[in-house]
Design a protein around this ligand. Structure first.
Ligand code: ATP
Ligand code: MG
Length: 297
């Protein structure tokens, strides 16, 4: 760029300078590994708020920081499997087989081409029927949790530092299975109208699971997604969410970014697709925060 014509006072220039500063800060950042695997369910019954995008990009960012991360795709849509570049046609061993009890979790896990430390247990469309199949099964709420415990206790599973479970947009038995298997819930909230609508119902559901099924579960993290800095509404949503959840809401806010939305069509996370784009930088910052928060909790 021609320095003489560069006006450093414009909003765009300020944004670029800010991004450069944050990229540099990320280069120097380290993330502590947890002593035992952290199991995090990414949930919000509202559709399209950025659950899958957040699950795969935080997982990839953690893997790039040196952690071994397993993504469990618990949504029949299979979007997390697609985003991680993993084939999930009907014939493969998938998380469905684990939930119905015919296959060990270990036998469904495949590495993602995105990063050698990034693993995935993919979903297939069969999973759509499992909400109904599960109803009559014994220990129907504990099926994922038991499979995951067995895996994490094995030699193969012992190297996993994070398990990130991408939940479907509902509060059905699959999400309950994720809540029973997890210790933490991460809620992505989209910076738009009615952002907080449904969140209190979700929080009540987490409390129900805590009191009846899994006393270890807590809402640990809220991630603000698809932030558009040009709108007053987005700023208002950020302020509202921070007011309601001051300690859970991450400082990093994920901007709306074309790079984030186009990465899955290349079977890549945005961290691999364009590491220095604003969305990738924000997801890496979020991952560093999550790693540090877990270390102090
Ligand atoms: P579902 O409820 O269907 O599982 P979801 O909550 O998992 O949806 P995503 O699939 O992650 O939501 O995101 C919904 C859409 O928004 C996708 O098309 C995704 O590419 C897009 N999207 C998510 N985050 C961003 C972002 N930061 N910038 C631009 N587009 C985004
Ligand atoms: Mg999704």
């Amino acid at each position: 760029m021609n320095q003489s014509s560069f006006d450093a006072t414009t909003p765009l220039a300020a944004e670029l300078q800010d991004l450069t500063r944050r990229r540099k800060a990320l280069q120097d950042s380290k993330a502590p590994l947890p002593a035992t695997a952290r199991v995090i369910a990414v949930a919000n019954q509202k559709g399209g708020v950025g659950k899958t995008t957040t699950a795969v990009n935080i997982a990839s960012a953690l893997a790039h920081l040196g952690a071994t991360v397993l993504v469990i795709d618990l949504d029949p849509q299979g979007n997390a499997s697609t985003a991680l570049g993993i084939d999930h046609h009907g014939d493969i061993a998938s998380i469905y087989d684990v939930v119905v009890g015919t296959t060990d979790l270990a036998d469904t896990i495949v590495p993602s081409p995105d990063h050698p430390n990034l693993l995935c247990s993919p979903s297939t469309l069969d999973l759509a029927g499992s909400e109904i199949e599960l109803v009559t099964m014994p220990a129907r709420e504990h099926r994922l949790s038991r499979a995951l415990e067995r895996y994490l206790g094995s030699d193969q599973g012992a190297r996993v530092n994070y398990v990130i479970i991408d939940c479907p947009p509902s509060l059905g038995l699959l999400t309950v299975n994720a809540f029973v298997a997890a210790k933490e819930v991460m809620i992505p909230i989209q910076c738009e109208y009615y952002a907080l609508e449904g969140v209190s119902q979700l929080v009540r559901n987490i409390q129900l699971v805590t009191s009846h099924l899994n006393p270890d579960l807590r809402l640990s993290t809220i991630v603000l997604t698809m932030f558009d800095s040009r709108t007053n509404l987005a700023h208002q949503v950020v302020a509202d969410v921070r007011e309601h959840f001051p300690s859970e809401t991450l400082t990093a806010v994920i901007p709306r970014s074309v790079r984030v939305s186009e990465a899955p069509s290349y079977g890549q996370t945005v961290i691999s697709y364009d590491k220095s784009s604003p969305g990738a930088v924000a997801y890496q910052e979020a991952a560093v925060e999550i790693a540090h928060r877990g270390a102090t909790n």
